[in-house]
Design a protein around this ligand. Structure first.
Ligand SMILES: CC(C)(COP(=O)(O)OP(=O)(O)OC[C@H]1O[C@@H](n2cnc3c(N)ncnc32)[C@H](O)[C@@H]1OP(=O)(O)O)[C@@H](O)C(=O)NCCC(=O)NCCS
Length: 149
């Protein structure tokens, strides 16, 4: 576990400096281990999403998560990642709490997403439940999960 003197959780904009820092973290944690990278069009497709990040005192991206609005009441949680040096330190839990507060402020009462099987227990601890059967996405097992706020 790495030490952390200060951190700051906040929303950030698509195509901002924070966005590209978060993309690098996503690339390292979510893509490279699967032998994948981003392709042209991946970033443009995110233009209308909302982004939330946790940054260190030197503005290093420690965690990121995004929201795609599915309808007036529902967000799809996407691209949730915590920096490997700071996983299992409570940042993920804090990020989900921040995300749910933001959802409330935006009039959202349902959050759903496709969870990697390896992370399902993390989400269950935070009150999310599995819906349906296991399926493959980006070549690895996933479950659909949701929570009514
Ligand atoms: C999954 C992830 C977002 C969790 O964030 P985190 O900061 O490591 O989690 P926290 O430290 O806040 O953990 C909160 C609780 O969940 C547990 N937990 C965290 N990750 C877990 C996992 N993968 N499996 C089971 N339990 C887990 C912690 O032990 C802790 O339990 P406790 O409250 O009983 O002490 C993070 O580990 C991560 O980025 N993993 C790699 C990428 C990934 O899988 N993203 C999700 C894609 S759907």
């Amino acid at each position: 576990m790495s030490s952390l003197s200060q951190k700051n959780t906040r929303s950030y904009s698509w195509n901002s400096a924070e966005y590209w820092k978060a993309v690098e973290l996503r690339r390292i944690v979510l893509r490279f281990p699967l032998g994948k990278n981003y392709v042209q069009g991946d970033f443009e497709s995110e233009e209308n999403e909302l982004f939330f990040g946790c940054f260190s005192d030197f503005d290093r991206c420690l965690a990121s998560i995004s929201a795609k609005k599915l309808d007036e009441k529902t967000w799809k949680m996407r691209q949730f990642v915590v920096h490997p040096s700071f996983q299992k330190c409570g940042i993920g839990k804090e990020m989900v709490a921040f995300y749910e507060d933001e959802a409330h402020l935006n009039g959202i009462n349902k959050i759903e997403f496709h969870a990697r099987k390896t992370a399902v227990k993390f989400y269950q601890k935070l009150g999310y439940r599995i819906e349906g059967e296991e399926f493959l996405e980006v070549g690895i097992p996933h479950f659909k999960m949701k929570k009514n706020l």
